[in-house]
Ligand binder design. Structure first.
Ligand code: GDP
Ligand code: ZN
Length: 302
C-alpha cells in the first residue's frame, strides 16, 4: 500500500479507524510523530491523515494534516496545560433546545454560543417540539437569535416538521449536536437516519461515568454524505480560558457596539456613555442576551 489519505472516524486507546478510498483501515501512530508535541492530541477524530503499510502488515499514520479548526477541551495536567481534541475539523455545532418540556434555558444556550464563538465553530440552533406551542410562539422565544445571525431550525419530531432542512444542513459536513437531555435529540437523529440515534447513544453509554477505559470517539456517516460525531455532551463546550474582558466580543450583536462606549475598558455594567446599555434600552439588543452577558461576566471576573 502506497501512502494514502484518509479521515479518522474512530479513535480509541491509540488505535485509529481511517476511512480511505480503499475502505476503512485500522492504524496506529508512527512513533516519531509522538515526539516533542505533548501539548495536545497529535491525531484525533476528524483529522485528515496519510497512512502507509509498515513491516509486519501494520498500518501506520505517517502524517497528520494541519487542522482547520477543532473543538478542544483544555485539560490542566501536572506537566502543563494539555489540549484534548474532541473533534478536529468540525464544520458546525448544533445546539438543540426544546421550546417546551423542558422549558429552554437561554443562559445555557448563550454560554454554549459563546464557547462556539471563542473556538470559531459555526453554529446553528435547533428548536424542538414546536408542536407543543406552535411555530409562531417558538419564534417569539428564539427569533432574536436569527436576527443576531444564527441559523435556526424549528422542528417537531412528533409532527415530522423541519426535519428535511436540518438534514440538508448536515450533508457533507462534520457536525456535532449538543443539548440538554430530554430536548429531543435522539428523536431527531432517528428521523434523519434510522439507527443514528441508537448508535450515538450506545457510544455515550459505553463511555459513561465510572469507567477507566480510554474514551472511544466515533463519527457516524450519513447516507447522503457527511458525519455526525458522537455528541461530546455539553461539558465539551464548557467555557475554558475566557477572560471577563473578552466576553463582549463573543456576543455577536454586542461586539460591534463596544467601540462606541465612552470608556475603552467599559464593562457595560453601569458606566456612563455605554453604547451597549443604550442599545438594550433601544430594543436593539435582546434583554435576555444582555442578562446572559452580565451573568457570564460576573462568573469570569476574579
Ligand atoms: P434526548 O434526550 O435529547 O435524546 O431526547 P429524546 O429524543 O429522547 O426525547 C425526550 C422526550 O421528548 C421523549 O419523551 C420524546 O417522546 C419527547 N419528544 C421528542 N421530540 C418531540 C417532539 O417533537 N414533540 C413532542 N411533543 N415530544 C417530543
Ligand atoms: Zn459599554
Amino acid at each position: 500500500m502506497a501512502s494514502i489519505r484518509g479521515l479518522v472516524i474512530r479513535s480509541q486507546s491509540g488505535f485509529y479507524s481511517v476511512e480511505t478510498e480503499e475502505g476503512v483501515v485500522e492504524a496506529r501512530l508512527r512513533g516519531r510523530l509522538k515526539q516533542g508535541r505533548a501539548a495536545g492530541d497529535i491525531v484525533a477524530l476528524g483529522d485528515w491523515v496519510w497512512v502507509e503499510s509498515a513491516e509486519g502488515g501494520e498500518v501506520m499514520i505517517e502524517e497528520v494534516e494541519p487542522r482547520e479548526r477543532a473543538l478542544v477541551r483544555i485539560a490542566p495536567r501536572p506537566q502543563g496545560v494539555y489540549e484534548q481534541v474532541i473533534v478536529a475539523n468540525l464544520d458546525q455545532a448544533f445546539f438543540v433546545f426544546a421550546c417546551s418540556e423542558p422549558a429552554p434555558k437561554f443562559r445555557m444556550l448563550d454560554r454554549l454560543l459563546v464557547a462556539a464563538e471563542q473556538q470559531e465553530i459555526p453554529t446553528g440552533i435547533v428548536v424542538t417540539k414546536i408542536d407543543l406551542i406552535g411555530k409562531r410562539e417558538a419564534k417569539k422565544l428564539f427569533g432574536h437569535y436569527e436576527k443576531v445571525g444564527y441559523p435556526l431550525f424549528y422542528t417537531s419530531a412528533e409532527k415530522k416538521q423541519g426535519i428535511r432542512a436540518l438534514k440538508e444542513a448536515l450533508i457533507d459536513k462534520i457536525s456535532v449536536l449538543a443539548g440538554p437531555s430530554g430536548a429531543g435529540k435522539s428523536s431527531l437523529l432517528n428521523l434523519i437516519q434510522p439507527e443514528l440515534a441508537l448508535r450515538v447513544n450506545e457510544v455515550q453509554q459505553s463511555t459513561g461515568k465510572g469507567r477507566h477505559t480510554t474514551v472511544e470517539r466515533k463519527m457516524f456517516p450519513l447516507e447522503e454524505g457527511g458525519y455526525v460525531a458522537d455528541t461530546p455532551g455539553l461539558k465539551a463546550f464548557a467555557l475554558m480560558d475566557i477572560e471577563a474582558e473578552e466576553l463582549d466580543g463573543y456576543f455577536r450583536e454586542i461586539a460591534p457596539l463596544v467601540v462606541d462606549c465612552q470608556f475603552r475598558d467599559c464593562t457595560h455594567s453601569g458606566e456612563p456613555g455605554c453604547a451597549v446599555v443604550a442599545a438594550v434600552e433601544a430594543g436593539e439588543v435582546h434583554p435576555e442576551r444582555f442578562e446572559s452577558y452580565l451573568r457570564l461576566r460576573a462568573q469570569h471576573e476574579d
